[in-house]
Structure formats: structure tokens, C-alpha cells
Write a new protein. Structure first.
Length: 171
């Protein structure tokens, strides 16, 4: 059986991809996601009034921890010695006219010098940060939700560079 999906062996069973023959290169991935909430919830976060503490500081640490432990929760991911993880937030305080929700954009940049990429680590970092924001604020806003979690950029390795903007615009 010749299967183009690399996570399956010749018998069609799951396997961890063998990267031992791949060269070490600098690799980087950037992911993003949105956490939507009521304007009052965002105000409480900005004013430091959430009882569990500094929401964005804790979410930042959670995102970093998530990136570092991705291999423990995504079955076929390799354990990687990450060389950098940066989590940033953008506050979008103008309510959406259709939903009335404000949002926080979570961005994660993950770097490694290794034999496999860090896309899953960047996506996990965004997801963990978003989940932490929800956990810390759920007492005041159980209606929060996430959207648009995805890869923006990846570079390094055999497959080269991916930029979502380039793919979407065709430029």
C-alpha cells in the first residue's frame, strides 16, 4: 500500500514519522486565534478585575507551556527543544455591530532548530492561551467563544515557506 499520508505505515496503521534523515534547519511558525466576549468581560480583563488574577499574563504562560508540551497531547508530534515561544495579544475593544462582542486576538510565534516544524506547537499555544482566557473569565461570561484559529506563517524545512496572506490573495 503506497499511502501519501506520512503518518501511516505500509499496513495503513498510524506511526510517528521518521525524521532521522532530515537536516536540522531553523524553523518558525506563527498562529493566531480570536476569543470573543461581552464588552463588560473585556473591560474587567483590562481593569484587572477578574478574581482569578491577571488574565493575559496567565494566558501567556499557558500558551508557552502548551507549545512546550504539544507532543504530550497531539499523538504523532515529536518532542522538540523549542528555541523560542512568544505569545502576544491584541485587544479589539470595539464591539462587532452584528454580535455585540469584543475580542482578544492571540498570536503565537514558535521557533526551533531541528528536523521537523513547529506548526502544531504554535497552534497549541494559541489554543491553550484562548482556553485559559475562557477558564479565567467563565464566571462572568460563559458565552465566550473562539474562532479563526489557524496558521499564518511557517518557514524552514523541505516544504519551504507558507504565508496565509499569500495563499488567500494569490500574490
Amino acid at each position: 500500500m503506497n499511502n501519501p499520508l506520512t503518518h501511516f505505515n505500509e499496513e495503513g496503521r498510524a506511526r510517528m514519522v521518521d525524521v532521522s534523515d532530515k537536516t536540522h534547519t531553523s524553523r518558525k511558525a506563527v498562529a493566531t486565534g480570536e476569543v470573543y466576549m461581552q464588552p463588560e468581560t473585556l473591560r474587567l480583563i483590562q481593569d484587572g478585575q477578574i478574581k482569578k488574577g491577571d488574565v493575559l499574563a496567565v494566558a501567556q504562560v499557558a500558551g508557552i507551556m502548551g507549545a512546550k508540551r504539544t507532543f504530550e497531547v497531539i499523538p504523532m508530534c515529536h518532542p522538540l527543544l523549542l528555541t523560542g515561544v512568544d505569545i502576544s495579544f491584541q485587544i479589539n475593544s470595539d464591539p462587532n455591530p452584528e454580535t455585540g462582542h469584543c475580542s482578544i486576538t492571540v498570536n503565537a510565534t514558535v521557533k526551533v532548530t531541528g528536523q521537523t516544524g513547529v506548526e502544531m506547537e504554535a497552534l497549541t499555544a494559541v489554543s491553550m492561551a484562548a482556553l485559559t482566557i475562557y477558564d479565567m473569565c467563565k464566571a462572568v461570561d460563559r458565552g465566550m467563544y473562539f474562532n479563526q484559529i489557524g496558521l499564518l506563517h511557517k518557514s524552514g524545512g523541505k516544504s519551504g515557506t507558507f504565508d496565509k496572506e499569500t495563499v488567500e490573495t494569490g500574490k
